[in-house]
Design a protein around this ligand. Structure first.
Ligand code: ZN
Length: 161
């Protein structure tokens, strides 16, 4: 035999992100935030991001709760950091689709370490744990897009005034 099974590998990745979370703490430049609570499990995520030039320049989180929720936040943050907005939205939809069982893990290889949470799709009670950080990121992306939209409107309105 030798080597690890896929399940063991996934368990190892999850524990690594839980024990050594990436992107912890919110840099001062993070001007868009979202705080979410999962009342089912008591998980919390406070997420902050900063977009610059259409890319996710900074991302950081603080939180507490179960290993799935915190590892998921770490995987999400390290995966999405530096990516353009369109790719961030694509990654969110890939992850949500995988957890809800709408997409097969083998169809979303872009999720990298976050693939280790694929097993959660078989445990409905834990889905919210895995999704919490990604929902917070979705909220932040919506806020960023609204700010952009308002900026565009200002540009359009100003010449006439
Ligand atoms: Zn949880």
């Amino acid at each position: 035999m030798g080597g690890m099974s896929l399940e063991e590998l996934y368990q190892e990745i999850l524990l690594d992100h839980f024990k050594n979370p990436r992107c912890v703490g919110c840099p001062n430049s993070c001007n868009i935030t979202s705080s979410l609570l999962n009342p089912l499990c008591g998980d919390t995520i406070d997420l902050g991001i900063c977009f610059d030039g259409g890319s996710l320049k900074e991302i950081g989180f603080t939180g507490h709760g179960c290993s799935i929720s915190q590892a998921s936040a770490s995987m999400m943050s390290s995966l999405c950091k530096g990516k353009p907005l369109s790719e961030v939205k694509f990654l969110i939809s890939s992850f949500v689709g995988m957890i809800k069982g709408e997409k097969k893990p083998e169809d979303v290889p872009e999720l990298a370490d976050a693939l280790s949470l694929a097993g959660v799709r078989n445990f409905p009670a834990r889905m919210k744990c895995a999704l919490l950080a990604w929902e917070a990121l979705g909220n932040c992306v919506s806020k960023a897009e609204m700010q952009d939209h308002r900026g565009m409107q200002k540009i359009r309105v100003n010449p006439a005034s």
